[in-house]
Design a protein around this ligand. Sequence first.
Ligand SMILES: [Zn+2]
Ligand SMILES: [Zn+2]
Length: 135
Amino acid sequence: MPSRAFLDETLKALAPFVRNSFTAVVTDSIGFTCAGCGLEAKTLAKAVESKREAICFSCGVRYRAEKAGNSFTFFPNEPGFRCECGAEGLIPTGRIKISYQFSCRACSRTIEFVGFDWRYQFLDAAHASQVPEEA
Ligand SMILES: [Zn+2]
Ligand SMILES: [Zn+2]
């Protein structure tokens, strides 16, 4: 049986590693479900810590991050729209340009931006072109 002193020494030796691995968790990536596309958005905790902002790389919707203790809460920081099918979505303003197209998550209808005053129009499936793939 190891002595009590030996255990104390071992625990003392382990302490820095425990702290390091905890730090690693904080600098690791944070995942949350994107309200814009429904996919998991991943962001580096370090970036969120300094910018208080996160972006979904799938759809481009931006989020404001609020820190409470050791966790972040993400709030969509984009204007919303309502599709003809009734579903609500978020507009990724960082990617928006005239004639930018994206799809409604619920009905897959293609929506095209026609103006920066948040005007958009619904396209018939026949006229819809592929949503450009942006990295
Ligand atoms: Zn998204
Ligand atoms: Zn729809």
